[in-house]
Design a protein around this ligand. Sequence first.
Ligand SMILES: C[S@@+](CC[C@H](N)C(=O)[O-])C[C@H]1O[C@@H](n2cnc3c(N)ncnc32)[C@H](O)[C@@H]1O
Ligand SMILES: [Zn+2]
Length: 266
Amino acid sequence: MWTCPHCRLALLASADGAALACASGHTFDRAREGYVHLLPANRKRSAEPGDNPLMVAARRRVHDAGTYQPLADALVATLSGLPVGAGILDLGCGEGYYTDALVRAFAGSPVYAVDISRAAVRLAAKRCAAAEFAVASAYQLPLPDASLDVVVRVFAPSDDAEVVRVLKSGGCYLEIVPAPRHLWQLRATLYDNPRENAAPRSALSGMQLISQQSVQYEVTPDPGLLMDIVAMTPFAYRGHREKRKRLEGATLPALNMDFSLRLFEK
Ligand SMILES: C[S@@+](CC[C@H](N)C(=O)[O-])C[C@H]1O[C@@H](n2cnc3c(N)ncnc32)[C@H](O)[C@@H]1O
Ligand SMILES: [Zn+2]
C-alpha cells in the first residue's frame, strides 16, 4: 500500500520482505521492528523531527496508566459500523496507543499509521505488530489517492488536502482535538495568563461534518503521572521552569480531560 516518497509509484516488498522498492529503483529497508522509513532526508526540518524519545516514553506511560482510555473507547465507538475494509490510517500515531485500539476493534481490516518521529514509530511498531507503520510526514502521505475508508487524527498536525486525497469517496475523517479547557488546572498552574485551546472547527474544505461529540471526564494523577502528562505535551517546553518545579511532588485537584470528536465525510 505504501507509495514511494520520491516518485509516488507503488512500493512492493522484496521476496524476503526485508525491503520495499518502487519500479524506478528507490529502495527502503524495513526496520527490525517492522516499520519503514519513508521520510527523505531533504524533507526533514531537523535531524530527528517530531516528538523526542523522552516525550514518547512519557506518552507511553500515561497511556499505560489508562489516562486516555475513555477517549480510545469513544474513538472506536464513533467508527463502529462504518466501512473499514479498504483500510484505516492513524495520522500522527505517536507511540501507537490509538493504532492498537483500532487494530483490536477492527481486526481483519488493514490499519496504517504514520508519524514523523522515528522514536514514536519504533515504539508503536513494537507494541502493535498487526499494523503497518511508516515514518512519514502528514504533509506528504506515502499513500495512493482514494485508497482508504477512514483517516483518524488524534492531537497531531495534518494537511486537509492530503487527508481528502487519500480518502475514498464517502470515506470518513475523525478529527480529535483537545477542547478549549482541556487540562485547565494544569494550565492555570503553569501560566500566569492561561489561554484556552482554539474551538474545534466544524467546516473543512472537501468534506462534510456528519457528527460531533465531546468526551469529558476527570483524572487525579499521582505526582509521577502528573509530570509525565507535562512531559508529553507542549507544556514541557512552554511552561516556565520555576512553575514546572512547583508541580514536582504536587497533588493537583482532579484534572479536566475534555475532547472534541468530529466526524467528516468526503
Ligand atoms: C500530541 S502527539 C499525538 C500522538 C498520538 N496521536 C497520541 O495521541 O498519542 C503529536 C504527534 O504528531 C507527530 N508529528 C508532528 N509533526 C508531524 C508531521 N509533520 N507529520 C506526522 N506526524 C507529526 C509527533 O511526532 C507526535 O507523535
Ligand atoms: Zn520511487
